[in-house]
Design a protein around this ligand. Structure first.
Ligand code: UDP
Length: 508
């Protein structure tokens, strides 16, 4: 790797936690290679970006954050406007982004730069923007859902790389949607007997598909819109120069080999960056940290605790919270349960947690469990020696984090690509067992008890546990020098530095 090539990169995530976090991880990793980053984000997300950047990372000086205003309706990403948010951000936001990039592209004056040394971590609003970096950016890295940033890149004649933050297989599935719609297979009846087939995949039944692929959903998401969505996805991910996938090659090779390699010009498999040299989470580091979750884990026997979290977007209905609580209690298994509190009737006030779960539950389970309603340090929880299982909604970040720490899972997918991710963990990687769940039906307490005991106490799950430990070794090796993710990252950094050099020589 050419160190200190002076490359400067623009990073622009989709504004949802599960997309922001990988972009921050990537930025921190690139900064540790000596690359300067301008991270662009809407104002409401500034605090969370700053926290993520500062967390266990000392190279802040290489990352500057620029924020812009965004209307409130685009901040609270509930499922109703999520699809609209993806490719259809208000047009004027495209212009704001273009304006920021344009300012960054303006050649900087060396003297001015010297007078504006960055503080360890700095941010400016788009109106007061002045680049802290001497060089103009050599490329844009933007999220898989922000394909329109390609127009900005074309306008300013710089390459745009896509960061694909979900499973590579989910991209294959989206790209196949066009054909399936043409063949009349989509929208699929809920009781369809014939599964969809993609080479290299297990057969996909209706239960494995995102809601928008199913019959009954056409009013909200008609087939033509799915085709349009797939087309935009293809443009967003398949355009040169290439796409960075949030996984290690060993985890995604079937999807990449069978399909994506045909269409994506260059593929970099760079995950999980959680494990890169600048960001290592080791079990020994976990002790003594001042957080209720970690303190609770410190008191528990090795591999005894089931960690439960359904991600950052979805809020479980109260009835489901109740059934889950009852099943947990009767299972007798130790647990650490992160609950996102639903909004109150007026849309604002959050109800008390005690009103959402069975009366007396916390008191009765206090020796065995912890209910936590704030932001939990998930990666550290998964790295903790007391954590023995993860009941997850199958968001891709959660899965990669669990794999990285060798923690076997109970899959409880809720929407979008999560069903596919769950199938993958259960049927392909064999590192998880599935909760028995039909579409949006409430999972009853008996099923909760069954699946929790099966993973945490039954000898038949030893194989799943062993496979999870083995896979952890594989992804960790991928991140070591010579491993596939490290090589991919090194190649990407080489590309950035080579482009910077060519630019300096006026060859680009
Ligand atoms: N997360 C966390 N603490 C929490 C809840 C979530 O650190 O209390 C992190 C988790 O580690 C993961 C991300 O938020 O990195 C959630 O992303 P994922 O793709 O799993 O799910 P999403 O929220 O996008 O549905």
């Amino acid at each position: 790797v050419v160190a200190g090539g002076g490359a400067h990169v623009v990073a622009f995530p989709f504004p949802a936690q599960g997309h922001i976090a990988p972009m921050v991880q990537l930025s921190k990793t690139l900064a540790s290679y000596g690359i300067a980053i301008t991270f662009i984000i809407a104002t409401p997300h500034l605090a969370s970006v700053r926290a993520l950047v500062e967390d266990s990372f000392e190279g802040h000086g290489k990352i500057q954050i620029i924020c812009f205003e965004i209307p409130p309706q685009y901040v609270n990403t509930d499922m109703h406007n999520f699809y609209d948010l993806m490719f259809y951000l208000p047009k004027n936001k495209h212009e704001v982004f273009a304006e920021i990039v344009q300012k960054l592209m303006a050649p900087q004056d060396v003297t001015a730069f010297n007078h504006h040394q960055p503080s360890p971590i700095s941010h400016s609003s788009s109106s007061t923007i002045g680049s802290f970096w001497f060089s103009s950016p050599v490329c844009i890295i933007s999220d898989m859902l922000l394909g329109w940033t390609q127009d900005t890149a074309t306008k300013f004649k710089i390459p745009r790389y896509c960061l694909y933050t979900c499973a590579a297989r989910s991209l294959s599935m989206i790209w196949h949607a066009t054909n399936w719609v043409a063949q009349g297979l989509i929208p699929m009846p809920l009781d369809a007997a014939k599964p969809l087939q993609i080479p290299g995949f297990p057969p996909l039944s209706p239960i494995d598909l995102p809601e928008v692929y199913l019959q009954g959903n056409e009013m909200k998401f008609p087939p033509q819109r799915l085709v349009d969505y797939a087309k935009k996805h293809k443009e967003a991910t398949g355009e040169p120069p290439g796409c960075l996938f949030w996984c290690s090659y060993q985890v995604a090779n079937d999807a990449l080999n069978v399909f994506l390699k045909l269409f994506v010009p260059t593929i970099f498999t760079i995950g999980p960056l959680l494990l890169t040299h600048n960001n290592k989470l080791e079990e020994s580091k976990v002790d003594g940290i001042d957080n209720d979750c970690l303190q609770f884990l410190n008191q528990q026997p090795r591999s005894s605790v089931l960690y439960i979290c359904f991600g950052t977007v979805f809020v479980l209905p109260t009835q489901q919270l109740n059934e889950l609580a009852m099943g947990l209690e009767t299972s007798g298994v130790r647990f650490l349960w992160v609950i996102r509190i639903p909004k109150g009737e007026d849309g604002n006030l959050a109800p008390e947690i005690a009103t959402l779960i069975p009366k007396g539950f916390m008191e009765r389970t206090k020796d065995k469990g912890l209910v936590y309603t704030s932001w939990a340090p998930q990666a550290q929880i998964l790295a903790h020696p007391a954590t023995g299982g993860f009941l997850t909604h199958c968001g891709w970040n959660s899965i990669m984090e669990s794999i990285s720490m060798g923690v076997p899972m109970i899959t409880w997918p809720l929407y979008a690509d999560q069903m596919l991710n769950g199938r993958f963990c259960v049927d392909v990687l064999n590192i998880a067992i599935a909760v028995d769940k039909k579409f949006k039906e409430i999972v009853g307490r008996k099923e909760v008890e069954r699946v929790v005991q099966l993973l945490m106490q039954d000898a038949t799950s030893n194989i799943v546990r062993k496979n999870a430990r083995e896979l952890k070794k594989v992804v960790r090796n991928a991140n070591e020098p010579g491993g596939s993710s490290r090589k991919s990252l090194d190649l990407f950094v080489d590309d950035l530095n080579a482009m910077t050099l060519l630019k300096k020589l006026n060859c680009l």
